[in-house]
Design a protein. Sequence first.
Length: 504
Amino acid sequence: MPNFYATTPIYYVNDKPHIGHAYTTVLADVLTRYHKLFGYDAFFMTGVDEHGQKVQKAAAARGISPQEHVDEYSEHFRNLWPKLNIDYGYFIRTTDDYHKKFVRDSLQFLFDKGEIYSKEYEGWYSVGEERFFEESELVDGKDPISGRPVEWLSEKNYFFKMSSYQQKLIDHINANPNWILPDFRKNEVLGFLKKPLNDLCISRPKSRLSWGIPLPFDEDFVTYVWVDALENYISGVQDKKHKDGTPLWPADFHIIGKDILTTHCIYWPTIIMAMGWELPKHILAHGWWMIDGSKMSKTSGTGVNPMDYVETYGVDVFRYFLIREMVVGLDSTFGHDSFVRRINSDLANDLGNGLNRIHKLILTNFGGKIPVPPASAQSGEQEKELLGYSEKATQFAKENMGEAKLSLVVEEILNSVRALNRYLEMTAPWKLAKSTEQKDKDKLATVLYTGAEVLRVALALLSPVMPQKAEKGRLMLGASDSVLKGGETLGEGEALFPRIMEEK
Ligand code: ME8
């Protein structure tokens, strides 16, 4: 059995989760479920990033200790995931003792190996991003990422010799063209690596920031939150194994948003190289959900609460929208109208209609048992063509889930459903049902059998995206897990995908 281990970023607990966090976690869940569907021992880890300035500030603003704050806020994330039908393998918190020990041990190792040195450092510091910027990196004198003001700071700090791994990193990227996905993000990283790489400041003086993991070799400093956070991907699974006994690390996929490309494609791999660990196999950076031209987030006031959509329209429909609408890699706009349009056209019209028609026709014409197709059905050109769509979708899903082209996978599946609806229009089983001729009766059995089989495959292929709805659909169609034989008894009919009637 092949193995699969994916990760999501661990989210800052300075605020409650919003749709961006929901998206990445749903994506990891869907990708993991696709691997399970195709026979992998698949596992994914998510969790929360609990140290650093943002969290310390959030706690101070609430007048409570950072530990009290993170204990409470980590639950907002942990409690959301089951509501989004997310089946993670492990949830990591960076304030857990085993993680802190892992980070301290690794830093001591790097220090002893001569990879870390201290020096007096001066530079422009952004509180929002928790990092120093070069003068040349500032935009209009401000933090180039958040656009917020920066302050001039001078202090002693510890540095990791990141620069000495620059060439090794470039060589790795060139030798493994699929390492960073999509391709244009790889080029962005290579572009960044054309300039000389600086060493990485890995400490914060406790006088300025106390909420962090103390450096093992100098307790007056805490670890820079990114170094602490990135190591979660290994610390969280150090004692876990795949069923065949192999360790989970190295991860197959780090799934991240494009905002944290540099930390994952430069900081993290150079730390790994210095530690002598194995590199992750792929880093997949998706785009942003935007609203009114800005990135959705809590701080920019453009957060959409995913639970509002889940409560109103149901979790599976919400997951479907996220996966179908965003082309992995590119930005997408979250709009209520596009949500309604997408659900009504793909799910209510195409899939829902196809399913209800087939279910009803089998119920009224074959007493609720899927008809056994007559021998002539094997050779029908129309049927071969239609079943070809199902085969294509299955093949496409197997080949493309690896690069997480999930919007395209879903579109291929829906293509098979649309082909089915066209086939129904052409063969008009409701007319065949009225005929007394044997050849029409045979054709009716063929049409309804073939239609049920196409839907069975489509629902199985959609099960990673919509686990509950797909299961209900499977039961409606006789609960078969393999090619229909005919004779399976249908389950109760149900309108699985009601049309959203709202007009704006
Ligand atoms: O960066 N669209 O945490 P974070 C899509 N703790 N995805 C979005 C998004 C949007 N508008 N907004 C956020 C951190 N995300 C660090 C990570 S990992 C070792 C440490 C998602 O809470 C996306 O996955 O700011 C992005 O990379 C992540 O949330 C950032 O979450």
